[in-house]
Design a protein around this ligand. Structure first.
Ligand SMILES: *[C@@H]1O[C@H](CO)[C@@H](O)[C@H](O)[C@H]1NC(C)=O
Length: 136
């Protein structure tokens, strides 16, 4: 995959739940699909928001419990049908319209499992800068 920002359109891979009650392990292509969506690299980050390039994402056992209808209550919200699943991820800021983030910053947070993620200002609560060691 070419991550160059000079191309006007890139593929964004999204992992989507296609059914919510997989029997046993979710089967790729059946319960979980990988979809490509057009991504315009020339589009600016949202007002006061950022565009991220995902580097790593975490797959954890608790996510199995999120494959359920939304009306079934649990400690973690249900995944939405036909929407990208989300998970704890590490990403790089590739575009920023927010003074708190600059291009190249590494962030950690719960975002959609896809190659590029656009976050508007209200959704910035999902991420924080990755600092090692953490600063208080
Ligand atoms: C910019 O990002 C910071 C950190 O997420 C956030 O607190 C702030 O509200 C954002 N700025 C604007 C103007 O939305």
């Amino acid at each position: 995959m070419n991550h160059s920002m000079h191309h006007s359109s890139l593929l964004v891979i999204s992992f989507m739940m296609s059914i919510l009650y997989p029997q046993g392990y979710p089967v790729p292509g059946q319960d979980l699909t990988i979809e490509a969506a057009a991504y315009d690299a020339n589009v600016a980050a949202p007002d006061n928001g950022v565009v991220l390039q995902s580097l790593y994402t975490s797959y954890d056992p608790y996510m199995r419990g999120r494959m359920r209808p939304a009306e079934v209550k649990s400690y973690a919200p249900a995944f939405a049908l036909d929407k990208p699943i989300e998970s704890a991820s590490i990403a790089k800021v590739v575009r920023s319209n927010n003074a708190s983030y600059k291009e190249g910053d590494l962030v950690i947070g719960h975002v959609a499992v896809q190659e590029y993620v656009s976050l508007d200002a209200p959704n910035l609560v999902r991420i924080r800068k990755l600092e090692n060691p953490p600063r208080n």
